[in-house]
Structure formats: C-alpha cells, structure tokens
Write a protein that binds this ligand. Structure first.
Ligand SMILES: Nc1ncnc2c1ncn2[C@@H]1O[C@H](COP(=O)(O)OP(=O)(O)OP(=O)(O)O)[C@@H](O)[C@H]1O
Ligand SMILES: [Mg+2]
Length: 455
C-alpha cells in the first residue's frame, strides 16, 4: 500500500485505519478478485472472525454465503440484507467500489442486530412504563361516580339530584352541604362527571385530613429551595394540576382561616403563585366544595370568611339527611342486598325490620344505613333479616321505643301472621312450589298467602 505521510509526520494509512477501526459499524473491503483486503475491529467483534483468518483470503471461501462478491458481478448496491450466523444477527449494506468506469473492489458495512434488539426492547419497556404511569395518573385524576350511582326517589333525594344535574352544566362554583354520610362526596364526583370538564382532571383534597402547615404547599405548590424540606425541582400545586378541570375541596369548613384569604385571592384573580415563587400562572378551575359543618354559623363565629363563603356558594346544594326522606330507605336496602347477594338467593326483610329501619333517625345517614344492611346480611343465617341481625345500636333503639305498643291489634296480628308464613316458607323453600306447600300446610290458598305477605 502507498504510504502518504500526514502533516504531523504520522503514517496516513495508519491514521485512516485507526479512524475506520473507531467506527461503530463493521467494515469489510474486498478487491476485484474477491480477496479480503481489510476488516475493521467492529467487523471482527460482530462476526467473531479473526482478522488473520480472513484478510488475504477469497471471501466466498472463508465466509460461505457472503453477499459482497455479488457487487463485483452486477455492480449493484444492496441495503439492509439480513444475515444470521449462530446467535449473531446483523444487517449489511454492500456497494461496489469504482475507479472511473471500472469496478476495483467492493465494501460492506454491517450493524449488529443484537444492539437493535436491545434498543427495541428498551423502547418497549419504556413505552409500557409510560402507558402504566399514564393509566395511573388517569385513574388518580378521574371522578369515580356518576349520577347513576346516586340513589334517591321522588319525594326523597330525586329533587336534589335534579338540581345538581343543572348545577353541573354551569361554570359557577358549587357548595355542597349536608350531614355526615349523606353522599356529598358522591355528588362531587357526579357533578364533575356530568360537566363538560368530565374528561379533564378531578382533583380532590380533604382540607381536614392534611395538617394546615402542609395544606398551603399542597394547594399552591412551591419553588425549589423555598424552605428547608422542599423537594428538588419544587412541587406542582393542586390548583395547577386541576387546571381546566375541577378542584374538589372536601371538608372546606376545616380550612385554616389565613389560608381562606389566599384561596379567595386565587378565585378572584384566577391565577396562582407558588410558595417562594414570583410568577403568576393563570388557571381555569371549577371549585366544588363540601362540608358537613354549618358554614353560616362558622361565619357568624368569625371562623369562616364571609366573602369566601359567597364566592364558593355560586350554586348551593343541600343534601337532606336520611331521616327527612325515609322514602329512600327501601331503595338503599334493595341496592345493598342486590350488590352483596349477587347471584345468591334473595334475602328479605321481616316486616318489623323495615318498620324499625324507618323509625330510626339515622345520624350517620346513608353511610350508616348501608353499613347496617351489610352487617345484617353477614349476621343472618337464613334468607331473612330479623331484628336481632341489626347492629346493636339500632336494636337497642328499637327495644327502647317498644314498637308493639304503637301498633293496633290488627297490625300486630298481621305481623305475627306474616312471621308464621315466612317461617313456614323457610321450611318448604322460597320457590313457587315451596310456597304452595306452605299454603297447604297452613290451610290457606296460595293467593291468600301472597295477600297476607303483601307481595
Ligand atoms: N344517595 C346515595 N346513593 C348511593 N350511595 C350513597 C348515597 N349517599 C351516600 N351513599 C354512600 O354512603 C357512603 C357515604 O357517602 P359520602 O362519603 O359521599 O358521604 P359524605 O356526605 O361525604 O360524608 P362525610 O361528611 O362524612 O364525608 C358512601 O359509601 C356512598 O357511596
Ligand atoms: Mg365526605
């Protein structure tokens, strides 16, 4: 080979060889006779062939099935030819080398597919991780319930549900008030899902569950280094996370007084500034707030800001306590029985149980009723819920109110009759056949049996 000295006196050919050796692709050169003239390091790495075993040899002999000699014959370039030897897979580009019009040799460049496979696997792994995270973020920021999940009939909760549906389509802030367990959280979710923000974030925060010292940085976020325990990179606040969506401020009555002023400012200015930050960021959020406290009383006692109260209660929704809408009680009971007994035999309430449930005044509202029915279902060993299956607090309440004395003789007789009939049905089975046998046993017709059970 000709030696061309470099400007620094180095051997030019050595310099070119070093350069080709440092390339990340394998390179193989043959002369016009098909004899290997040169391979770089990466070629030997990829193919596992030693330089001494191939250089100076006819390629077609040392590498069976080699495609490079074809370039000498037809003068064509080839790209992306796949080759596999043992465990090694690679792709090759080949090209003839011309001197003027004449072919003087050919060169092939190969790339190991192992690296491509590795990168593809890594890419898949990353894509899967992103998909999982997106799903997690999606579920975190989604409202779970819709109005379909809120039970209530005419004369009961239905009118509140109808009002809430209208409120959902307005952009005014909504304040939900009601005793504990009346379903305020359920309403907040449903309001968001019914609104045109449904596909956007729903960010709930319980103002009573977070220490007041942390609440501000949760809501507003902070810039890096704004206090000693602050996280690197700072923190995005919930106002920002809820941008274009809904921020649900649960237990708003428990928000510290000084923070109330800051919240009011956000609602008025429609912008937030992180703790320790200088920049104001515009935000577009709808606020749904809920509380079981009497906010008007808190305002009177100077524990809740009056101006904030008016800001929040763009549309006030008051969820009535269960004792004021006893019509809804049978619906909740059916709902729980259906849910808990899915596929099983339908459990029924003894007549006196329903009467007791309607008499009780449900300080824990729907939550207490739902739990009580779930409790009774797990206590009964038959297909009936009886008085003694109810939670103790209700059972005791019943014994204190001594129901039988409030009944007429006719009612008492009807109750006893029903109990006897149900017990007989239990013996023969709660099927049409069983009921016929029970009616026979008691000496009444099937129609009378149904009549007496009022079913
Ligand atoms: N109308 C309803 N229909 C179906 N389930 C209801 C209804 N109201 C309440 N619930 C159920 O009762 C439980 C309590 O409801 P929720 O948490 O919404 O009450 P809350 O008013 O937010 O109470 P708290 O003031 O204690 O936070 C939940 O399990 C909810 O699903
Ligand atoms: Mg709640």
């Amino acid at each position: 080979m000709t030696v061309i000295p470099g400007s620094d006196g180095r051997n030019y050919i050595d310099w070119i060889e070093e350069m080709i050796d440092s390339i990340n692709d394998g390179i193989l050169v043959i002369d016009v006779e098909g004899v290997v003239q040169f391979v770089n390091k990466e070629y030997t790495n990829i193919t596992g062939v030693k330089e001494a075993d191939i250089v100076g040899q006819p390629l077609a002999e040392v590498r069976k099935g080699a495609v490079l000699p074809n370039a000498l014959k037809d003068g064509k370039r080839r790209e992306g030819v796949y080759r596999k030897e043992g465990e090694v897979e690679y792709i090759i580009d080949t090209a003839p080398v011309y001197k003027g019009e004449e072919i003087v040799g050919a060169v092939s460049v190969c790339k190991s597919l192992n690296e491509v496979h590795y990168l593809t696997r890594e890419l898949h792994r990353s894509q899967e991780r992103i998909a999982r995270l997106e799903k997690a973020v999606g579920t975190i920021n989604r409202a779970k319930y819709t109005f379909e999940n809120i039970i209530g009939r005419e004369g009961g909760l239905r009118s509140t549900i109808e009002l809430a549906k209208k409120a959902a389509h307005s952009n005014l802030n909504i304040l939900i008030q009601g005793e504990s367990g009346t379903g305020k959280e359920l309403f907040a979710h449903a309001l968001h899902n019914e609104s045109d923000r449904a596909s956007l974030p729903f960010i709930p925060i319980n103002c009573a569950a977070i220490p007041s010292s942390l609440l501000e940085s949760e809501l507003f976020g902070y810039e890096e280094g704004s206090f000693t325990s602050s996280k690197k990179g700072g923190k995005v606040g919930l106002f920002e996370l809820a941008d274009h969506g809904t921020l649900f401020l649960d237990e708003i009555g428990d928000m510290p007084y000084d923070l109330q002023a800051k919240l009011l400012r956000v609602l008025q200015e429609r912008s937030v500034r992180k703790v320790g930050g200088l920049m104001e960021k515009e935000i577009n959020i709808k606020i749904i707030a809920a509380t079981n406290k009497d906010l008007v009383r808190l305002v009177e006692k100077d524990r809740f800001r009056e101006d904030l109260y008016y800001r929040l209660s763009g549309i006030p929704i008051s969820v009535p306590p269960l004792r004021d809408r006893k019509e809804d009680i049978p619906l909740y009971i059916d709902y729980v029985i259906e849910k808990e007994q899915a596929g099983g035999s339908a459990v029924r309430l003894k007549e006196d149980v329903m009467r007791v449930l309607k008499q009780y005044d449900w300080p824990g509202n729907a939550r207490e009723l739902i739990h009580s029915v779930q409790y009774a279902l797990s206590m009964t060993e038959t297909t009936f819920i009886e008085l003694e299956n109810l939670p103790e607090v209700i059972y005791h309440h019943v014994s204190k109110t001594s129901i039988p004395q409030q009944q007429t003789l006719k009612e008492m007789i009807r109750n006893i009759e029903q109990e006897i009939i149900w017990e007989t049905i239990q013996i023969y089975g709660d099927t049409l056949k069983g009921k016929k046998k029970a009616a026979d046993r008691l000496g009444i017709s099937l129609a009378t049996l149904y009549n007496k059970l009022e079913v």
